[in-house]
Ligand binder design. Structure first.
Ligand code: LMR
Length: 398
């Protein structure tokens, strides 16, 4: 049965990890995947996580099945971060939240449910978007198209074009929006632009699906929730996928959530019952450990504060690396203005490097980046910054 099976291409992001691991050069640097490394080049285990894990280990809890939708303490913690604990939607029971296997798992549960709800719909993603968005929604059975987003000449959002496209979409179209720290470009919408997006979704009857994988990496937990809050105030129904992979440095634990805003508590009950069927036929119920750790941190005032401080530390270090890279490129004699790197938000920079230049970085320097020119600033540190700047200088100078 496998004789005619073709070799699938490597994943454009995670495939880089495989190639990087096989590279034997000592000075290699992985700027591909969106992972935060500390200044020693290590993925941190946050102190707040360590404390919660220690307490959990000491308690030696039994490992029964979780509810299909995950634990209440976890789901409530997620809701408070996204909507704010005083949210009227939460008080009214209008939000359904389920624990999912990372942000990707949340997107897939949401996509599978939407396919049952709106089988004839089309999904619109930003141009460009996270590499996996298209594949994921296509694998749920949707046609996937794009709306204009990034404008290379300004290194910003072509908002007029984006808005015009949204205002032309048919009712019931699903629009995937990056709630903050746009992946891959780092170019976000302003508060007033979000208001316009909400208005377009309302006037056209669109289904917003907010992807929120980087809450806390632009300006902070509350500030980064601006898009969610704008949609919350609108009276619209919408979806949010969220993730603790980056913000808790819990990548391998696969801790994320899908939240769905409905129009009433009664509707929430029915929607949850359907989402539970999607989950049950995929993976039955989520694993215990990651969600329990996150819930313990979010529900303890001390650990929560410690976590927010650690998150601020990660955010500040990435910012310092942005400035450091721009200065180092200047010092290498690069004439091209790279100051846009400082303005981009989140973990990534859309550098404008071509696929050929990215290929040279890999072949000549052992530096791995996504072929679109996206690099992860959170993988830079004071030891590799100079080497990376030299390599980029070499490929941009020709
Ligand atoms: C990324 O964009 O690099 C991350 O979101 C990791 C992933 O799953 O692709």
């Amino acid at each position: 049965i496998f004789a005619a099976v073709e070799m699938a291409p490597r994943d454009p992001i995670l495939g880089l990890n495989e190639a990087f691991a096989a590279d034997t050069r000592a000075e290699k640097v992985n700027l591909g995947v969106g992972v935060y490394y500390d200044d020693n080049g290590k993925i941190p285990l946050l102190a707040a996580v360590r404390a919660a894990e220690k307490a959990r280990l000491e308690a030696m809890p039994a490992r029964g099945y979780q509810p299909i939708e995950g634990a209440v303490a976890y789901n409530t913690g997620v809701q408070n971060l996204l909507f704010g604990k005083d949210s009227a939607l939460l008080a009214n029971g209008q939000v359904v939240t389920i624990e999912a296997l990372g942000g990707t798992g949340a997107l897939k549960v949401g996509a599978d449910y939407l396919k049952r709800l709106l089988p004839g719909s089309t999904v619109y993603i930003s141009d460009p978007s996270w590499e996996n968005h298209r594949a994921l929604f296509e694998s749920a059975g949707f046609p996937v198209e794009t709306y204009p987003y990034y404008e290379a000449s300004t290194r910003g959002v072509d908002f007029a074009a984006m808005k015009a496209k949204l205002e032309s979409l048919p009712a019931g179209a699903i629009v995937v929006l990056h709630a903050c720290c746009h992946n891959p470009t780092g170019a976000d919408l302003s508060d007033t632009q979000w208001d316009d997006v909400v208005a377009a979704c309302r006037s056209r009857g669109l289904i917003p699906f907010l992807d929120m994988a980087y809450q806390g990496f632009a300006d902070g937990i509350e500030a980064d929730a601006v898009a969610v809050r704008a949609f919350s105030a609108s009276g619209l129904q919408f979806f949010i996928s969220s993730s603790f992979s980056k913000s808790f440095s819990l990548y391998g634990e696969r801790v994320g959530a899908l939240s769905v805003v409905t129009s009433s508590k009664e509707e929430s009950g029915r929607v949850l019952s359907q989402i539970k069927r999607v989950i049950r036929t995929n993976y039955s119920n989520p694993p215990t450990h990651g969600g329990a750790v996150v819930a313990a941190v979010l529900n303890s005032p001390e650990l929560r504060q410690q976590w927010e401080d650690e998150l601020a530390g990660m955010r500040d270090r990435i910012r310092a690396m942005r400035t450091g890279l721009v200065e180092a490129l200047k010092a290498e004699g690069v004439a091209q203005d790279f100051s846009f790197v400082i303005k981009q938000r989140g973990m990534f920079s859309y550098t404008g490097l071509s696929a050929a230049q990215v290929e040279r970085l890999k072949n000549e320097f052992g530096i791995y980046a996504v072929s679109t020119g996206r690099i992860c600033l959170a993988a830079l540190n004071n030891k590799n910054l100079g080497y990376v700047a030299k390599a980029i200088a070499a490929v941009v100078k020709g």
